[in-house]
Design a binder for this molecule. Sequence first.
Ligand code: FPP
Length: 256
Amino acid sequence: MHNDTSISSRLDPARIPSHVAIIMDGNGRWAKARGLDRSQGHQQGVETVHTITEAAITLGVKYLTLYAFSTENWNRPDAEVAALMSLILSSMEESLFMKNNVRLLIIGDTSRLPDGVREAVLRLVERTAGNTGLTEIIALSYSSKWELTEAARAIARDAAAGRLDPDALTEDDIECRLATAGLPHPELLIRTGGELRLSNYLLWQCAYSELYFCDTYWPDFGREDFCRAILDYQQRERRFGKTSEQVADGALGIAL
Ligand code: FPP
């Protein structure tokens, strides 16, 4: 068992993933185990968001994408949806983003958000647009199937209008129509809470991401756990479909 200092000291600062995506799972079970309401689990989850955001900044992660609310989460009981929305609203503290020089981006179907939440998050996106530190991308009313369907719609419209030749369609034509257009793909995807699935999250973008699953519930996930995930990532060999020998020869030649 290593303590926090020894885990972070074992990290190679030259190979910190530039983009980490997280599925923050386990808030409900954390609360249930304590006889608390699920919304209290989410509340504690916001504290973890702050802790991990600060850890990402100090470690040199450039992009952090957090799955705060999925398309499927709209099907949760009304009271839980309302609690999550008000929590998201109250956690959008401008001073915190400014203090940490964090740029906020939102991916997802913002048209489904309550007006007050949509206006507040989009205002914060505007206000933080000039920040040059960490880019925090919050997936809100997001799912990959929604995102890919939107991209397909845009492509179909462009093809119908004669702006795009269907036979000449490239991966880049899809990429540039995603909610994440212009952002690098995550090198590392972390899911807390013990489930082993991707839950409709960044399916295109994580095509070659390293996946890290841990049992820790999100409210209990700390800086040490985050460092452990990055250390695990650093111990892997990323081959992108090539052989180990090719990788050793530096023949990767893939820019993601
Ligand atoms: C999954 O836990 C978590 C969510 C559906 C919401 C995550 C939201 C937050 C941490 C708060 C807001 C976030 C930001 C970025 C301000 P679950 O409820 O599915 O847990 P369970 O699997 O134990 O039931």
